[in-house]
Design a protein around this ligand. Structure first.
Ligand code: SUD
Ligand code: ADP
Length: 314
């Protein structure tokens, strides 16, 4: 039986508004998500045993049942027990390129790749909608990682509306290796700081409609108005993460000084990104930051907006 190699793209959040509380304990969000072509490589092959095995080349990534790729394979086993019995176990090898605990959905993208890969390996013929429904059982960002491209994400992040591709933009991604922000910590801290402004009636959709401010960004994406896109960049998590980590504020200032169109922290952090309209401009800004900040802990990458989240490579 054949094996599959999949490229699992990172995501950035061009817009992240925390709207309020939800009855399930999560937060109601309005986000604009964008795939970028900084990818992990996921290899899936039949193991000839009846078990699931995950290996990864990154020391911070657990390879046990807490790995999101492992959990995705477990979910597929429990959803399709007869198919699993027919094909047997799998080895999943993760070649990690997306920085870990970075607000770039590395784990979610790996889970997305495993769902798509096992659908192919086991010839299930699932629709994208079915894959996304399974993905939502693993994490709020997994459906977007399956869908990819540019999308408005609402609910807890799993309800997706596609937006026109913005595939001509580039990002410089910058991450201090030692600055790791836990997503659960970020949401809890945001809740304890801003709880008073939360809408207390999550069932009341009109209340959300009045509060969400993503309209101008959605329109700017539709008209490919890059100047307005950069003006409308927003991430509510910056309010709690930046005061804790002043080096991220410096990073943002340096990006703008270098001539970036706009800059923002991604997700719950700690990656900060800068937008540019060309690869040469992105490379120039990356070099400038490397020279100016010159910190051994700071890593930088250049990536392009990607119209897809998962690429199957033969
Ligand atoms: C913040 C974001 C923005 O894209 O990305 P990252 O920074 O993690 O990449 C996401 O909302 C992260 O989504 P994901 O990482 O899939 O979250 P989950 O596993 O579902 O939940 C992790 C933790 O965040 C909280 N959580 C998550 C989503 C949400 N809408 N409200 C929440 O309160 C959950 O309560 C849980 O404690
Ligand atoms: N396949 C995976 N890749 C990366 N991290 C994983 C994976 N599975 C589980 N994790 C755990 O999830 C945590 C969050 O990692 P990651 O998904 O990279 O960040 P973020 O949620 O900020 O986008 C990590 O600290 C790691 O322990």
């Amino acid at each position: 039986m054949r094996s599959y190699t999949l490229l699992a793209c990172a995501k950035i959040n061009l817009y992240l508004e925390i709207v309020g509380d939800r009855a399930d304990g999560y937060h109601e969000l309005a986000m604009i998500m964008q795939s970028v072509d900084l990818c992990d490589r996921i290899q899936i092959e039949p193991s000839g045993t009846d078990s699931i095995r995950v290996t990864c080349n990154h020391p911070d990534v657990p390879c046990d049942s807490s790995n999101l790729a492992y959990r995705a394979a477990e979910l597929m086993r429990s959803e399709f027990p007869d198919t699993f019995a027919k094909y047997g176990g799998v080895n999943i090898r993760i070649d990690k390129r997306i920085p870990v605990a970075a607000g770039l959905a590395g784990g979610s993208s790996n889970a997305a790749a495993v769902l798509v890969g096992l659908d192919l390996l086991w010839k299930l013929g699932l629709t994208q909608g079915e894959c996304e429904r399974l993905g939502a059982l693993l994490g709020s960002d997994v459906p977007f990682c399956i869908r990819g491209g540019t999308a408005l994400a609402t609910g807890r992040g799993e309800k997706l509306s596609p937006l026109p591709d913005l595939d001509q933009l580039y990002v410089v991604l910058a991450k201090y290796e030692s600055v790791k922000v836990s997503t659960a910590w970020a949401y809890q801290t945001y809740r304890s700081t801003y709880e008073e402004s939360y809408i207390r009636d999550p069932e009341h959709i009109e209340a959300y409609g009045q509060k969400v401010h993503s309209g101008p960004m959605v329109r700017a994406i539709a008209s490919k108005n890059h100047a307005t896109i950069t003006e409308e960049l927003r991430n509510d998590f910056e309010k709690i993460v930046l005061p804790e980590y002043p080096q991220l504020v410096t990073l943002k200032h340096r990006f703008m000084e270098a001539g970036a169109m706009g800059t923002l922290m991604s997700g719950s952090g700690s990656t900060v990104f800068a937008l540019t309209e060309s690869k040469s401009e992105a490379d120039r800004i990356k070099n400038y930051i490397e020279q100016e900040l010159h910190h051994p802990d700071l890593k930088l990458w250049v990536a392009q907006f990607s119209p897809t989240g998962i690429k199957v490579s033969e």
